[in-house]
Design a protein around this ligand. Structure first.
Ligand code: COA
Ligand code: AMP
Length: 642
C-alpha cells in the first residue's frame, strides 16, 4: 500500500523527478525536459520549455480518447428551475465556437478578457474558450459592485468583457448590465467590446455601440462553421488572473500559469480528492472564487469527470435538502464546499431530517475549505453523511491544497481543528517574528512555505513583480508568507488559527477590512474608523464598523450609520456583508496612534484580553464595550466555536 509519508519523502528527495512524473498526467505539445528552472521568473518557473494547451487537455483529449458522449458539465439551477447537461462533445463544440467568436472580436493570444457572470455554463465556456486561444481570463465575482469591477478593469486592461444580463439571488434579480456600464464609465481603461448573455429572467435592453449579444454571435459563428483550434502555449504563459483581497482596497492580481496549473490540479484530483474519470465532482462554490476556478472548471475536466455548476444556495432554494437532492440526482462522488454552507444547513435542519428523502450513497467524501472548519460542523457532517469529512487549507495564491488529508493516497486519521498534513511541493515552516523556527511543536507562529512554491502556485502578481515580492517574499527571506498564523503539532499536523493581516473571511469569502475602512473614511461625516472581523456562528466572521464623526456634523448618528452601510454595499458589493456600523466617541489606540483592532475584536467576541501596555487611554475600551453591548454585538465566541 502506498503511504502518504513515502510520497511526501519521494517528492523531497527529488522534486524534479516527482513533478516530471506528475507532468505525464497531461498531454503536452512539447514535453518539458526539466521540471523547475530556478533562473526564470521571480523565484523560478515550472516546466519552462514545455508547450501545451489547457482547453485541449480539458476537452479535446477526452473526446479523442473516446469519452465524447460522457457527461462533462451539469448545470443545475434550483433558483431558476433549469437544468442542462453537456457531454464532452457538446462542451467542446460550445467552447471551440465561442473561442472563434472571441477571435472574431479581435481577441488574440495574451489579451485579457474579463468574465463577469453568474453561475451559468456560459461562464465556464467563456473561461475555457479564452484558454483555447491563449487569452488570459479574469473572472470577477458577481457579488462585487461596479467600483470593484472598475478597479479590476484598470489593472487587467481587458480587450473584451463577457457578461450576462442578470444574476439571481433568492430574494432578488440583479441586473448586471447597468453595473457593467457603470464600471466601464468609472474605469480609465475602456474595453473594445462587451458580449452579453441575455437571460430570460431579466433582459438587458440598452445595448450600446460596444455591446454584442452572446447568442447572435454564437449563431453566426456556428452557421459559418467557425471553430478555433487550441493555441500552443508556453507552460509559463498566464492562463488567468484572479483578483483577491489584499490589505488595501487595491486587490491583488494573482497570476496562474498554464503548465504547472494543469499538473498540480491533475495530481490533486488523483491524490487528494480521489475521483476518477466518469465520476461526478461537485464544488458548491462560485466561478468567481479560486475554488470555482480550480474545482468547478479546470480540475474536474482535466480528470474527465462530470462537474456541476450549481446556481443556488445550501438553504432556501428551496430548502436545506437541496445538497442531498443534487448528490442523489447526479450521483456525486465528492462534494467540496465551504463549512459555512454546512453550518447553514445544520441551522435550518439540525437533525438532517431532509436527508432521509434522498439516496446519497454515491458520495465518498466531503471536502471543506475556504475558512476554518469548526469541529462541530465536521462532526455533524460526519454523523449525518457517514463519509470522511476532509478539511483542506489553501489560498487563491496557491490554487490547490497546501495541507489536506490525501484521500487518494492514504486516509490519515482526522484531528478536528487541523487541516492535516502538507502536500508534496509544500515545505511548511512556523516562524517567529524574527524569522526563526519556533522550535517546539504546537507553538504558534507565522505559517510560511519554503521557496520555491510548487507547480500551480502564483509565479507573480499581474504586472507587479515588486508588489509580489513585498507582499509575500520580503518579510521572511527564502519563504512565501501565507499571512496565516498557525502551528504544527507533534504528529506533523497543521492547525491554522488566524490571519496575521487585516483579511477576514465571511461565509468563505475573503474580504479586506482595510478596503472597507477606505470606503467608510470616504463618507464626508467620518473622521476616522475601524473595521474588524467578529465571530459569527453562521458565516465564521462578520465585519463590524466603528466610526468617529467629524465635529459639527448635523446628521443624526443613525442616519450616518445607515449611509455607511449603504456606501460599503454600493462601493464593494453586497458580498461585503457589513451590516453593523456604529458611531463611537473615540477609538482605542496605542500611544503611537495605532488603532487596537485586535483588542476591539476580543471585546466583541467576549474573549479575555490583556490591557495593551501601550494603550493611550484605557477608558475608551469601556466606551466601546458599552456601544457593542447596546447593539447586542458581544458574543461568546469561545463557547460557541468550541
Ligand atoms: N451576486 C450578487 N449578490 C450576491 C452574490 C452574487 N453572486 N452572492 C452573494 N450575494 C449577496 C447575497 O444575496 C447577500 O445579499 P443581502 O445582503 O441582500 O442578503 C450578500 O451578498 C451576502 O451574501 P452571503 O454572505 O453569501 O450571505 P447569504 O446570507 O446570502 O448566504 C450562506 C449565506 C452561508 C448560505 C452562503 O454564504 C453560502 O452558500 N455560502 C457558501 C460558501 C461559498 O460558496 N463560499 C465560496 C468559497 S468556497
Ligand atoms: P482564499 O484566498 O479566498 O481562498 O482565502 C484564503 C484564506 O482563507 C486562507 O489564507 C485562510 O486564512 C482561510 N482558509 C482557507 N481554507 C482554510 C482552512 N481549511 N482552514 C482555515 N482557514 C482557511
Amino acid at each position: 500500500m502506498v503511504r502518504y509519508r513515502d510520497v511526501y519523502d519521494s517528492w523531497k528527495s527529488d522534486p524534479d523527478e516527482f513533478w516530471l512524473k506528475a507532468a505525464r498526467g497531461i498531454d503536452w505539445i512539447e514535453a518539458p525536459e526539466k521540471a523547475f528552472n530556478p533562473d526564470a521568473g521571480v523565484y523560478g518557473r515550472w516546466f519552462d520549455g514545455g508547450v501545451c494547451n489547457t482547453s485541449y487537455n480539458c476537452l479535446d483529449r477526452h473526446v479523442e480518447g473516446g469519452l465524447g458522449e460522457e457527461t462533462a458539465l451539469i448545470y443545475d439551477s434550483p433558483i431558476t428551475g433549469k437544468k442542462r447537461i453537456f457531454s464532452y462533445n457538446a462542451l467542446l463544440d460550445e467552447v471551440a465556437t465561442f473561442a472563434a467568436v472571441l477571435k472574431s472580436q479581435g481577441v488574440e493570444k495574451g489579451d485579457r478578457v474579463i468574465v463577469y457572470m453568474p453561475m451559468v455554463p456560459e461562464a465556464a465556456i467563456a473561461m475555457l474558450a479564452c484558454s483555447r486561444i491563449g487569452a488570459i481570463h479574469s473572472v470577477v465575482f458577481g457579488g462585487f459592485a461596479p467600483h470593484e469591477l472598475a478597479t479590476r478593469i484598470n489593472d487587467a486592461q481587458p480587450k473584451l468583457i463577457v457578461s450576462a444580463s442578470c444574476g439571481i439571488e433568492p430574494n432578488r434579480i440583479i441586473p448586471y448590465k447597468p453595473m457593467l456600464d457603470s464600471a466601464i464609465a468609472q474605469a480609465s481603461h475602456k474595453p473594445d467590446g462587451c458580449i452579453i448573455l441575455q437571460r430570460e429572467e431579466h433582459l438587458a435592453d440598452e445595448f450600446g455601440a460596444r455591446d454584442h449579444d452572446w447568442s447572435s454571435l454564437l449563431s453566426e459563428a456556428r452557421a459559418s462553421g467557425q471553430k478555433a483550434e487550441p493555441e500552443p502555449m508556453a507552460a509559463t504563459d498566464p492562463l488567468y488572473i484572479l483578483y483577491t483581497s489584499g490589505t488595501t482596497g487595491q486587490p491583488k492580481g494573482v497570476v496562474r500559469d498554464t503548465g504547472g496549473h494543469m499538473v498540480a490540479l491533475k495530481w490533486s484530483m488523483d491524490n487528494v480528492y480521489d475521483v476518477k474519470a466518469g465520476q461526478t465532482f461537485w464544488a458548491a462554490s462560485d466561478v468567481g472564487w479560486v475554488v470555482g476556478h480550480s474545482y468547478i472548471v479546470y480540475a474536474p475536466l482535466l480528470q474527465g469527470c462530470a462537474t456541476i455548476m450549481f446556481e443556488g444556495k445550501p438553504v432556501g432554494t428551496p430548502d436545506a435538502g437541496v445538497f442531498w437532492r443534487v448528490i442523489e440526482e447526479h450521483k456525486v462522488t465528492a462534494l467540496f464546499t465551504a463549512p459555512t454552507a454546512f453550518r447553514a444547513i445544520k441551522k435550518e435542519d439540525p437533525n438532517a431530517e431532509l436527508l432521509g428523502n434522498y439516496d446519497t450513497s454515491s458520495l465518498k467524501t466531503l471536502f471543506l475549505a475556504g475558512e476554518r472548519a469548526d469541529p462541530d460542523t465536521i462532526k455533524w457532517a460526519e454523523t449525518m453523511l457517514k463519509v470522511p469529512v476532509i478539511d483542506n487549507w489553501w489560498q487563491t495564491e496557491t490554487g490547490w491544497p497546501i495541507t489536506a488529508n490525501p484521500r487518494g493516497i492514504e486516509l490519515l486519521s482526522v484531528k478536528y481543528g487541523s487541516s492535516t498534513v502538507p502536500m508534496p511541493g509544500y515545505e511548511i515552516h512556523i516562524l517567529d517574528e524574527g524569522g526563526h523556527e519556533v522550535g517546539s511543536p504546537s507553538t504558534l507562529g507565522a505559517v510560511c512555505i519554503k521557496l520555491p512554491l510548487p507547480p500551480g502556485c502564483l509565479p507573480t502578481l499581474w504586472g507587479n513583480d515588486n508588489r509580489f515580492k513585498s507582499s509575500y517574499l520580503t518579510h521572511f527571506p527564502g519563504y512565501y508568507e501565507t499571512s496565516d498564523a498557525g502551528m504544527i503539532d507533534e504528529d506533523g499536523y497543521l492547525h491554522i488559527m488566524a490571519r496575521t493581516d487585516d483579511i477576514i473571511n465571511v461565509a468563505g469569502h475573503r474580504l479586506s477590512t482595510g478596503g472597507m475602512e477606505e470606503v467608510l473614511s470616504s463618507h464626508p461625516a467620518v473622521a476616522e474608523c475601524a473595521v474588524l472581523g467578529a465571530f459569527c456562528e453562521l458565516k465564521g466572521q462578520k465585519p463590524l464598523g466603528l466610526i468617529v464623526l467629524k465635529s459639527g456634523v448635523t446628521q443624526t448618528p443613525e442616519e450616518i450609520e445607515k449611509e455607511c452601510v449603504a456606501l460599503v454595499r454600493s462601493e464593494i458589493g453586497a458580498v461585503a456583508a457589513l451590516r453593523n456600523v456604529m458611531v463611537v466617541q473615540r477609538l482605542p489606540k496605542t500611544r503611537s496612534g495605532k488603532i487596537l483592532r485586535a483588542t476591539i475584536r476580543k471585546i466583541a467576541d467576549g474573549e479575555d484580553f490583556k490591557m495593551p501596555a501601550t494603550i493611550d487611554d484605557p477608558v475608551i475600551l469601556d466606551e466601546i464595550t458599552d456601544v457593542l453591548k447596546a447593539h447586542d454585538l458581544i458574543s461568546n465566541a469561545a463557547v460557541a466555536s468550541a
